[in-house]
Design a protein around this ligand. Structure first.
Ligand code: PMP
Length: 423
């Protein structure tokens, strides 16, 4: 499908990677925030705006049929990609945040009451904390967190204890931390929760990008992710849900397309998945999930797969050593075992957050920017995790298969230069 034999071939498919910033070739290391887009996604978006631009599901005309086919085709692609049993399990949303808000609101309205508890992982992104706080506030329930160990891994003993005795109604856990890049043992965590009859939502914003996701094998009840982090257009997102729960929960938003019949007295709702898709969806962005996921799949399964794996492994090993060699540098999140296969529980993906003594993260990022390198700084939407490590900010460099080992080396050389300038 795509003829990619080298990392340069992959890079050649991304127009944004060809640009220079401040006269330097762009080294884009802010991939955990959003990915750059391959030409196939750009072509789909452009082509739909020029051709199949009509509202989906509504009209009896060719353009609407074409748009609907592309929208529903993307749903089928998502279903295959995560091995969901059916199309009714795949709800299109605007992203991970919207997916988690949907579950927090609808699930808590139905199943959570006074004195109940929602358990979230201590490495959670704000979008896996605040929606639960809002919903718990309305229900008279509370949010509790699974503690994070010094290594960045979740404290599984504490998790087991938290599941016992208290009135936990749902667990919401990060698949992979967006700060530390550690893959949490979600399958084990789900089995432990299910043993107590507690459903589990997995925040897969990073997991979908860096691990193979099979929702039936994982046995999660909900899996949330954003399209824009896995090469699709911004504004696309997915909520996978177990059918029984999606059936039992009330709709999240009301409006067009989510109804069966409407009278002023009473409304009945459309069958899944449309029950949760009120209003005109971002149908072009959602449709772009099809080429995006095909592209992601070809990186994992095509002839390029071994090159991608080898490169990822060498970038992780290189950065672990090179960052720690910088005087005063602390990496947040180094799993206790260093030998796990990338993507497996307890492994680290190429996401490195760190601080260098005597340097403000924002100063480092500004200097790196002038050298052509885009990194992220700040709290990374994880203030409680920052507090856990006693800091208010970190620098994060995050990699995708289009990033080269040479870029990682240039990043380290530039970081050393920037640190020297600041200290
Ligand atoms: N969870 C995690 C782990 C994330 O990394 C992000 C994005 N940084 C989100 C949730 C929120 O994703 P979005 O902004 O696309 O809704």
């Amino acid at each position: 499908m795509y003829s990619m034999k080298t990392v340069e071939d992959i890079r050649g498919l991304f127009p944004a990677l060809q640009q220079s910033v401040y006269g330097k070739p762009l080294v884009y290391l802010d991939n955990s925030a959003t990915s750059q887009k391959p030409q196939c996604v750009i072509d789909l978006v452009d082509g739909m705006h020029k051709g199949a631009n009509a509202n989906v599901h509504r009209a009896m005309h060719k353009l609407s049929d074409d748009a609907t086919a592309l929208y529903e085709g993307a749903r089928e692609k998502v279903r295959q990609f995560i091995n969901a049993p059916g199309r009714e399990n795949i709800i299109f949303t605007s992203g991970t945040t919207a997916s988690i808000n949907l579950v927090a609101s609808s699930f808590c309205r139905k199943f959570v009451g006074e004195g109940d508890v929602v358990l979230v992982s201590g490495d959670s992104h704000h979008s896996n904390i605040v929606p639960w706080q809002l919903a718990c506030g309305a229900a008279g329930a509370s949010v509790k967190a699974i503690p994070v160990l010094e290594s960045g891994e979740l404290d599984m003993e504490a998790y087991k204890e938290l599941l016992q005795g208290s009135r936990v109604k749902i667990v919401a856990v990060e698949h992979i931390s967006n700060v530390m890049g550690i893959v949490n043992p979600v399958k084990e965590m789900i089995a432990l929760a299910h043993a107590q009859g507690i459903p589990v939502l997995v925040d897969g914003a990073q997991g979908i990008v860096h691990a193979r996701v099979d929702v039936q094998d994982m046995d999660c009840d909900f899996y949330a992710f954003s399209g824009h982090k896995i090469y699709a257009a911004t504004g696309s997102g997915v909520l996978y849900g177990r059918r029984e729960l999606l059936e039992a929960m009330p709709p999240y938003m009301g409006g067009g397309d989510m109804v069966d019949t409407v009278t002023f007295e009473k409304t009945t709702y459309a069958p899944l998945p449309l029950k949760y898709e009120a209003g005109t969806p971002n149908f072009i962005a959602q449709a772009s999930l099809a080429p995006a996921l095909e592209f992601a799949q070809s990186l994992r399964e095509g002839e390029i797969a071994s090159v991608v794996e080898e490169q990822e492994r060498s970038i992780i090993e290189y950065l672990k050593v090179a960052l720690q060699e910088i005087e005063g540098c602390r990496i947040y999140g180094l799993p206790q075992r260093g030998d796990m296969e990338p993507g497996m529980p307890g492994s680290k993906i190429p996401v490195f957050s760190f601080n260098i003594e005597g340097c403000f993260p924002s100063d480092l990022a500004q200097l790196l920017d002038k050298m052509g390198i885009a990194v992220r700084t700040g709290m990374m939407c994880c203030e409680p995790l920052m507090a856990r490590f006693g800091v208010t900010s970190m620098v994060r460099a995050s990699f995708l298969p289009y990033n080269t080992l040479q870029e990682a080396e240039y990043f380290i050389a530039s970081l050393k230069r920037a640190a020297r300038m600041l200290r």
